[in-house]
Design a protein around this ligand. Structure first.
Ligand code: KMH
Ligand code: ZN
Length: 285
């Protein structure tokens, strides 16, 4: 794994856990998502990790909603569009596999079951394996979500069993600080980084809640990339809620620039991740 000169900034704007009535500024409608994506791209994001909500703002895996979002974001931005296959803890495994029908550029692939607060986020081997193979067949690049150290070994098993993902790159994202997963500490993050298989070409990290800033700083210091967004953290500072995802992206981009690894372009992100270019032809913006 070589340390990249730029920083991939992923924005995860919505997630499946927060309720719109609790956090009204959470982008849940298609118009809000598109406006968020445009602002976050301008602020330095190159990849968007998407959970989609229905007309009642509830998490949905409905193919119509997912396809509409993928298409709208491709038309409005150059961002790499990644759909969550994790969904919400209540989504059945079979429905989570259908996410690929919406033809995203990338999909999340969590490498193991984890306790998730009072719930269980289910990712048995058979599901991971099916998702991996279907993503290969559909030329969708998986991002391996590692919530715990043991997930690194499940990634090893996926690579040994099925070979490299489509595009030949292996990008992982450490999701730290979920109650039940690895703690959001630099020590835990670096233990995971040190255990990564040699095939891994890049890694990013995010810290849930209070772990947001320590993990952001540790990821930058350790040569990793960044994920930010209201899916993971809604506090910008003590007593100050995030009003727009772009605030988090801007701050991450400023820190990355200070660390001499400025936010990378969407083209550089596509190359880093081995993404097939599905962008529609259009006049230069
Ligand atoms: N909502 C969590 C249960 C993913 O997007 O792949 C799972 C999650 C991971 O957010
Ligand atoms: Zn997610």
């Amino acid at each position: 794994m070589t340390t990249s000169s730029g920083t991939l900034i992923t924005v995860a704007p919505t997630g499946a856990e927060l309720a719109k009535h609790d956090v009204p500024q959470l982008p849940t409608t298609l118009d809000e998502l598109v406006a968020t994506a445009v602002a976050c791209e301008a602020a330095g994001a190159s990849l968007i990790h998407l959970h989609i909500r229905d007309a009642e703002h509830r998490p949905t895996l409905d193919g119509g909603y997912l396809s509409a979002a993928v298409q709208a974001l491709r038309e409005a931005t150059d961002l790499v569009v990644q759909l969550s296959t994790g969904g919400s803890v209540h989504d059945p495994l079979a429905a989570r596999l259908t996410v690929l029908d919406a033809e995203p550029d990338s999909c999340s692939l969590t490498c193991g079951t984890t306790n998730f607060g009072d719930d269980v986020f289910l990712n048995p081997w058979g599901f991971m394996s099916d998702l991996y193979v279907q993503a290969q067949e559909r030329e969708v690049v998986p991002e391996f979500e590692l919530f715990d150290l043991g997930h690194v070994w499940s990634l090893r098993r996926l690579l040994d069993t099925h070979g490299l993902p489509y595009g030949g790159k292996v990008h992982v994202d450490f999701v730290t600080g979920v109650p039940g997963g690895m703690p959001g500490t630099p020590e835990a993050l670096y233990a995971g980084v040190q255990a990564l298989p040699a095939e891994v070409t890049s890694w990013s990290a995010t810290g849930i809640g209070r772990a947001h800033l320590p993990i952001l700083a540790a990821a930058l210091a350790g040569g990793g990339h960044l994920r930010v967004g209201m899916e993971d953290n809604i506090m910008f500072a003590r007593g100050q809620q995030v009003q727009h995802n772009s605030e988090l992206v801007s701050r991450a981009a400023e820190l990355a620039a200070t660390m001499q690894r400025p936010a990378m372009s969407t083209d550089a992100a596509r190359e880093l991740l081995g993404i097939r270019d599905r962008r529609p032809p259009r006049p230069a913006r």
